[in-house]
Design a protein around this ligand. Structure first.
Ligand code: G3H
Length: 551
């Protein structure tokens, strides 16, 4: 019993990190596994238009899926190269050679020509959906549907970016006249762009940044994450086929070493980093030209859901459950804190617990499975640490949670949580969700306002007065407020951004095209007839590729 609330833990607040019931969810033996285990692959890098097999410093990739007969054995599904500083410098030199101060083949192409290359690449990428989805499923354990969705969403994103790039070029192909100045403005590339992605969207979130960068004529270096490197391997031959040498390089290995070495040269013009605030801080500290480094960043979050007194509990429970469990809570937009009004707390917790406990745990190839094994080796221990800490400070496990076997953990709901618990502020990024109970809506408003993060919030309820107050207050702290719906990045055409340690810059195709380019003017005085005539001649003739096509 908790003060004023009747909270009963169905598991008696006991945790079981050697849960035999969960052990049985794993295949009995390798022979029992459905579908082929991807074969150990070679370490691949892409440098200067060549797919390089490099085995200087290989690191084994193992799947988080174990077997009941050999639970301590890691099943290898490949390896990746811990790229050296020397390899990073070779990638940089290739990118610089290809860009060649804007005179390289790719940079010189019109946007329309680049779009054609990109469309052909996207069509070939689509043909590899199954192969890439299998690697995502085995390496990071996205369930089969989400693994396919990541590839499909990426292909769709490329087509959207192509459409937006064409619209940008079309919109720029006109002369402007203002206060005696006649000009044309073109978005031109910034130079060499460095992009990285996190393990939860290893493919998609790399592409959301480097595709707009490529379309604008930049040369790019991509660093694949340690968990999630192999899904990139089937794409390398496609890049080599569809883009001029040096336009894109792909490196694997330590972000600190590879990206750190590159940023320290002062020869990177823009960096798109998706990861933690502390790694971003470390990376940027080492930048030798921070004053001119363009930074796009997306970091951690602690998205809160606020259940108002008049919320429809059916809607709130369904939305919170999906926001908490999608990819086991390993999304920046996952709901990582729930605030429920005291008047609805008991009923909400009961219904949320029922909903979560009904979800199927198991192996990612089973289409009905929602909760899958965790791919970060240290995550189960961290989840346990958060639960134990909360239990010691007065929370209860209010569902059939608190269980784990090796990499597979149940989702645990903890309530009521308070500010003394680690889970109050730390981003769990995994299967455990805290619920706080409030009496005055100012409490969750203060929680969100004082947080160092500011990605999104979800608010459940219909009262105009309360909704208005919450929306107004939170709008200055997060990038998106979802009314009676869970948090999410999509649709990808909308601006995805945030505040504080959660984001800097906007992650979508339209804004990406602008971010990785400089609006450059070619201008003459309107009264200077000879110069205006010369400018127009550039536009009409074959000698200038920047000024062209103006009506
Ligand atoms: O992990 C962070 C992602 O940007 C979240 O994207 O809301 O589409 O899952 P999503």
């Amino acid at each position: 019993m908790t003060k004023g609330l009747n909270i009963v833990s169905p598991v008696g607040d006991k945790i079981d990190w050697d849960c035999q019931e969960l052990k049985e969810k794993f295949p009995r033996s390798k022979q029992d596994i459905e579908g082929p285990i991807p074969k150990p692959q070679e370490c691949l890098l892409l440098i200067d238009g060549k797919v390089v097999k490099s085995d200087q410093n290989p690191t084994e990739v193992h799947t988080p899926i174990i077997t009941q007969d050999r639970p301590d054995e890691h099943i290898s599904i490949g390896k990746f190269e811990m790229a050296s500083e020397e390899q990073a410098m070779r990638a940089l030199e290739a990118a610089e050679r290809s860009y060649m101060y804007g005179r390289g083949t790719w940079a010189k192409m019109s946007i329309d020509q680049r779009c054609k290359h990109m469309e052909e690449f996207a069509n070939d990428l689509e043909k590899k959906t199954e192969e890439i989805a299998q690697l995502l499923m085995w390496e990071i354990c996205k369930n089969v549907k989400d693994a396919h969705d990541e590839v499909t969403r990426t292909v769709a994103y490329i087509h959207t970016a192509v459409k937006e790039a064409r619209a940008l070029a079309e919109g720029e192909s006109r002369f402007h006249e203002q206060k005696g100045i006649m000009c044309q403005i073109r978005h031109l590339p910034v130079g060499v762009v460095l992009a990285s992605s996190p393990f939860n969207y290893p493919l998609n979130e790399a592409y959301t940044t480097f595709i707009p960068a490529l379309l604008m004529g930049n040369s790019v270096i991509v660093r694949a994450p340690r968990n999630g490197a192999t899904p990139h391997f089937p794409t390398l031959e496609l890049f080599a086929r569809h883009f001029p040498p040096g336009t894109i390089q792909l490196l694997t290995g330590s972000g600190r070493e590879v990206m750190g070495a590159l940023v320290a040269t002062g020869r990177i013009d823009a960096v798109a980093f998706i990861g933690t605030a502390s790694s971003a801080k470390g990376l940027l500290k080492g930048a030798s030209n921070p004053q001119r480094l363009r930074v796009m960043y997306e970091g951690e979050a602690k998205d809160a859901a606020i259940i108002l007194p008049d919320a429809d509990l059916g809607v709130a429970v369904d939305s919170c459950a999906s926001g908490m469990t999608s990819f086991n809570g390993q999304r920046c937009t996952a709901i990582k804190m729930i605030w429920v009004h005291q008047s609805q707390a008991e009923e909400f917790l009961k219904r949320l617990a029922e909903k979560i406990d009904a979800l199927k745990l198991g192996m990612p190839w089973d289409e009905s499975v929602k909760i899958t094994p965790l791919c970060e080796d240290s995550k189960p221990a961290y989840v346990k640490e958060l639960i134990v800490d909360a239990l010691n400070k007065g929370a209860h496990i209010v569902n059939n949670g608190g269980k784990c076997y090796k990499t597979l953990c149940t989702l645990s709901i903890l309530a009521p949580v308070n500010k003394h618990m680690k889970i109050w502020t730390e981003e769990q990024f995994g299967p455990v969700t805290p619920v706080a109970v409030y009496t005055d809506v100012q409490e969750p408003i203060d929680y969100v306002s004082r947080s160092e993060y500011g990605l999104q919030s979800a608010v459940f309820g219909y009262s105009e007065e309360l909704l208005g107050r919450v929306v107004d207050a939170l709008s200055y702290h997060v990038g998106r407020i979802n009314i009676n719906a869970p948090d999410q990045r999509g649709p990808d055409v909308f601006p995805f951004t945030g505040r504080g340690n959660s984001a800097l810059g906007i992650l979508n195709a339209t804004e990406g095209l602008k971010f990785f380019s400089v609006p450059t003017m070619v201008a003459a005085k309107s009264e200077d007839e000879r110069s205006v005539k010369a400018l127009k001649a550039l536009n009409d003739g074959p000698h200038c590729r920047v000024v062209y096509g103006a009506k």
